[in-house]
Design a protein around this ligand. Structure first.
Ligand SMILES: [Zn+2]
Length: 48
């Protein structure tokens, strides 16, 4: 299952299609744009 930027899927670590990761520390945290791919990309995050 994948999530879009702006969703709140809960605590956890998420990876995009390029293996870049982001960790959400709180259930209210919002998935950000990928820090490496940059804003404006259609990043899909998958929980890992
Ligand atoms: Zn990325």
């Amino acid at each position: 299952m994948s999530y879009d930027i702006g969703e709140k899927p809960g605590k956890g670590t998420y990876s995009d299609a390029y293996g870049h990761t982001v960790t959400l520390d709180d259930n209210d945290d919002v998935l950000p744009p990928c820090g490496i791919c940059g804003a404006g990309q259609t990043t899909k995050w998958t929980r890992i």
